[in-house]
Design a protein. Structure first.
Ligand code: DHB
Length: 313
């Protein structure tokens, strides 16, 4: 029998699959569909202190090889998601859930984290240091000093399991620098990676950008993201303390894509663009395809091949 179970710190999951935050997690209807799906867990939409309407539409477009979006952090506010997880925890005491939180300022990042710390949330929190879509606000994790400032302050009061959602990095010196920072903190996990920030696509029929916000610039997901995601999971697994788990996110369309992220070291794997395009039924297909790859390779558990990527001597 195949065992698809995975662990993240002290938390156990029936399988490694989840939604990527922002996809299928805005309100109770979508979250309930995630709960009813074959996924191993779920994460709520990145929540701010107050509800936000987000950017003007159109703000998402499907592309041949993925998607582009500049949603602008539409969300129902931290209180809505805290209410949801409170109910969820009562109904599913043994199935841990993730909450994503974000601030558009230093103060708001701290304020929203305090709301979680003071609540009875007993799952895993993910602070999003990589939202590319708020006009005028840079992605926090591309600024090492700002990242240190936020993490220093967070760990003065935050005692629940905490991870960080990172943007893609592209230079080995950046991996060295960011991993050295992250290794200083008692992080439960990192999630790599967010969308490829500030891409641009053009509709050839009209010579017009695909989305309205920010003059058409937006985060790129889907197949475009896969090699960058593999590199980011691999590079961080080679540099982070082993106690810091990794959620691999980017470009998952097939069970083989899930397998590849685990080969690079992922403990869990999130699905964004493909979940948005295909709906929660995708998790059944991904699990059966992943099982097929494992059977072909003779593996019966994820631990047997996690991080076992081969290089050429
Ligand atoms: C949004 C996009 C992101 O990539 C993210 O991490 C958070 C929010 C958004 O546009 O809503």
């Amino acid at each position: 029998m195949l065992n698809l179970q995975t662990q993240l710190g002290n938390f156990q999951f029936a399988n490694p699959l989840m939604n990527a935050s922002g996809v299928h997690c805005m309100d109770k209807t979508e979250l309930d569909e995630m709960v009813a799906s074959a996924s191993g867990s779920l994460v709520t939409k990145s929540a701010t202190v107050k509800p936000r309407p987000g950017n003007p539409e159109p703000r998402y477009a499907d592309l041949t090889l993925g998607s582009i979006n500049s949603m602008g952090l539409p969300n129902l506010g931290i209180d809505y998601y805290l209410d949801y997880v409170q109910q969820y925890q009562q109904e599913h005491p043994n199935q841990p859930i993730f909450m994503s939180i974000v601030g558009t300022t230093f103060e708001d990042n701290i304020a929203v984290a305090r709301r979680i710390q003071e609540s009875d949330f007993n799952g895993l929190a993910e602070i999003n240091l990589s939202c590319p879509n708020v006009p005028g606000e840079p992605q926090t994790a591309y600024d090492p000093d700002q990242t240190v400032k936020i993490l220093d302050e967070l760990f003065t009061f935050f005692t629940k399991p905490l991870g960080v959602k990172l943007p893609p990095f592209f230079d080995l010196a950046q991996f060295d620098q960011m991993a050295a920072i992250l290794n200083r903190y008692p992080l439960a996990f990192i999630n790599t990676m967010n969308s490829l920030g500030n891409g641009l696509m053009i509709d050839p029929a009209t010579d017009t950008v695909m989305i309205k916000p920010k003059g058409g610039f937006g985060g790129i997901g889907g197949a475009f993201a896969k090699p960058i995601a593999l590199a980011n999971v691999r590079a961080f697994r080679q540099r982070l303390r082993p106690e810091i788990a990794i959620i691999g996110t980017g470009g998952v369309q097939t069970g083989r894509d899930v397998y590849d992220l685990i080969l690079c070291g992922a403990n869990m794997v999130q699905v964004g663009t493909a979940l948005h395009q295909q709906g929660t039924g995708i998790f059944d297909r991904l699990l059966s395809e992943l099982s097929g790859v494992m059977q072909t390779k003779g593996y019966s558990s994820l631990a047997e091949f996690r991080g076992q990527l081969k290089t050429i001597e």
